[in-house]
Design a protein around this ligand. Structure first.
Ligand code: SF4
Length: 225
């Protein structure tokens, strides 16, 4: 068996978290996939606030299109997104992806990926330098309405503590476990709620089990992983 909690408990987890976790605003469902890609690249290893500031600065300086960003001065993009850290490698990823989207996809991610099955679309995105599985899954889920669950550090940790994935599972195993347990219509909610719960209560170092709304069904009180 791939996971330890029965599906009824998984649904209970979702219902409890829906009542207790405010959803973040940054990733908007239905946003343009190219813009989501740029936001998600900027968001790697930084906070939501810094991501928002960096993207706002970039948007004030440039129109966010593959044509404009692939031809922009590299140092100008770097200066705009500097606050988010790793700005040189992120700028490189932004400009390389923009060039590929412009030259190979006619400038539109939607056009090239929109009609493809999710796993084929993932492979195309992940071939681009600097685009890993989490970035690809965020774009596919939130901007192209594809059935996938991005697994960030919070989703990974909380899933394992709650018995939704096995302790040694890697990215793909956690993603596929969650996708087996939950219904596709809930994938975005599952991603956002597990992140919110990981930030607010089920923290990496000191999980707040005494005040956790999931304490009665959690198999890892005290945080075993
Ligand atoms: S009881 Fe503790 S380990 Fe379990 S989900 Fe809540 S905070 Fe995390």
């Amino acid at each position: 068996m791939k996971y330890t909690l029965p599906q009824a408990s998984a649904q209970t987890i979702l219902n409890i978290l829906k009542d207790t976790i405010p959803l973040p605003k940054l990733v908007k469902a239905g946003a343009d996939p190219y813009q989501t890609l740029i936001v998600t690249i900027i968001s790697q290893n930084t906070t939501d606030i810094n991501t928002e500031r960096a993207f706002e600065k970039l948007s004030r300086r440039f129109k966010i299109t593959p044509e404009v960003l692939s031809n922009a001065e590299t140092t100008e993009i770097e200066n705009c997104i500097r606050i988010g850290g790793l700005y040189k490698s992120k700028t490189r990823a932004i400009q390389t992806a923009s060039k590929i989207i412009l030259e190979q996809f006619g400038g539109s991610l939607h056009q090239i990926l929109g009609s493809l099955p999710v796993e084929d679309a993932r492979k195309i995105l992940m071939k681009m330098p600097g685009i890993g599985p989490k970035t690809a899954d965020v774009v596919l889920l939130f901007s192209l309405d594809k059935p996938t669950i991005p697994v960030d550090t919070h989703v990974n940790r909380v899933s394992k503590r709650l018995g939704l994935a096995m302790p040694k599972d890697g990215y793909e195993e956690v993603r596929l476990s969650l996708q087996t347990i939950f219904q596709p219509k809930d994938y975005a909610l599952v991603h956002l709620l597990l992140i919110g719960h990981g930030r607010k209560t089920c923290k990496a170092q000191k999980p707040q089990c005494k005040i956790c709304p999931l304490i009665i069904i959690c198999p890892s009180i005290g945080g075993l992983s």
